[in-house]
Write a protein that binds this ligand. Structure first.
Ligand SMILES: *Cc1c(COP(=O)(O)O)cnc(C)c1O
Length: 395
């Protein structure tokens, strides 16, 4: 980090899939949920002087990024935003910008991220109904519909893929249900964008939140938001004043629109280097091809899961049809304690991560296999897990 040799360092890995070989500090392969490794082209965006914010070239690059974001999530008539912030600030931004205090929302939680979104809502005075799905289970659409009806919910909040459980939720039926009840649908796609099929307009999703440092392979610090015409209308006509100021999306709306016309607008100083890096990561993702990129992740996931099953690992998500393409959560081997097991995997050359699911953290571990990950990375991961399992078994 900050080491100039990283920027000029290793040669470009072969093909858009890349590898983790450019890691700055060690030879350990990070198979983590995020931050994921950056392609050389994305790294390059971080090493230039900040442009004046009304520079025509800079504004054109941001405008291209905004258009690519619409393309990635398949929402041609969405209002597109690239704004400073972490994923968490994005969850809060959607909540305070679009949700009216005092009116309930339904959170279809599948792990820690839905739980966090629920807590963000509650702290901002938005009551949240949030039935806990069992660890590794997707939300039950019938139960969700009954709750939306019973509580008169103004919105349904969905985690596309939850990185604590590895569950992928299909946003389409929940968004359609929201439409039936006159509610908005908001989707946390932070861990999904770049590895999962997204079809925002067809699904009738009102707000899709795209993260940078997960499957898209961009540096943390900016987020993407795409709002349907219905959500944009809510933003413009809402009758309440949000509790927050800096996270409000409304003042960004004319700024983004101006940028797309090649004109300057200001709300807050954008994170220009991070914005350019994000726009470049989007370019690479679209150059690989939306379908081809998802297919690559499916192939790698299938290879990983076949290998894990062969080694005797058990999955938190039982149903193969709702497993994330980019994140896998497994139960630890019976005999293993989390920390010694993770250390044994590192000794074998790969870093995987501790569990974070609220109900299963101490008995699970997580593998991130999204972004610039190759088939070779999957093989190395399986070899390291085999070695670590053998090591903890003999103790
Ligand atoms: C990582 C993640 C977040 C939070 O992102 P931060 O940048 O760490 O705040 C939110 N939702 C999901 C699904 C994530 O995977």
């Amino acid at each position: 980090m900050g080491d100039a040799s990283v920027l000029t360092g290793s040669p470009a890995p072969s093909g858009p899939a890349g590898t983790h070989a450019t890691g700055p500090t060690s030879d350990v392969l990070p198979m983590v949920v995020g931050p994921t490794s950056l392609a050389p082209e994305v790294l390059g965006c971080l090493a230039s002087q900040p442009p004046p914010l009304d520079d025509q070239g800079y504004m054109a690059d941001v405008a291209a990024g905004l258009a690519r974001l619409r393309d990635l999530v398949q929402a041609p008539s969405a209002a597109s935003f690239i704004v400073p912030g972490t994923g968490t600030s994005g969850l809060e931004s959607l909540a305070i910008s679009l949700l009216e205090p005092g009116v309930p929302v339904l959170v279809a939680s599948t792990g820690m991220w839905g739980d966090r979104w629920r807590d963000i809502c509650i702290r901002n005075g938005i009551p949240a109904v949030s039935p806990a799905a069992g660890p590794g289970q997707p939300p039950d659409p019938d139960l969700m519909e009954r709750l939306v009806e019973h509580h008169g919910c103004q919105a349904v909040l969905i985690t596309h893929t939850d990185s604590s459980s590895g569950v992928r939720t299909d946003p389409a039926p929940l968004a359609a249900m929201a439409v039936r009840h006159g509610a908005l649908s908001l989707v946390d796609g932070i861990a999904a964008a770049g590895s999962e099929v997204i079809s925002q307009a067809d699904w009738r999703v009102d707000a899709y939140l795209t993260g940078a440092p997960k499957a898209l392979g961009a540096p943390a610090g900016v987020i993407g938001v795409t709002l349907s015409p219905r959500a944009t209308e809510t933003l413009l006509t809402r009758s309440w004043t949000p509790h927050g100021y800096s996270l409000d999306l409304r003042p960004w709306l004319p700024v983004m629109a101006a940028t797309e016309r090649g004109e300057f607008g200001y709300f807050q100083t954008p994170a220009s280097a991070l914005t350019l890096a994000f726009a470049e990561a989007l370019r690479l993702a679209l150059a690989e091809g939306r379908h081809a990129r998802v297919e690559r992740h499916v192939r790698l996931r299938e290879a990983l899961h076949a290998g894990l099953a062969g080694l005797g690992f058990r999955f938190l998500v039982q149903d193969g049809a709702v497993r994330s393409n980019g994140i896998t959560v497994c139960w630890l081997p019976d005999t293993a304690e989390p920390a010694p097991f993770l250390r044994a995997v590192v000794r074998a050359g790969v870093q995987v991560q501790a569990g974070t699911h609220p109900a299963a953290a101490s008995r699970t571990f997580r593998i991130g296999h999204h972004g610039n990950v190759s088939a070779d990375d999957i093989d190395r991961t399986l070899a390291a897990l085999r070695a670590a399992k053998a090591e903890v078994a003999v103790r």
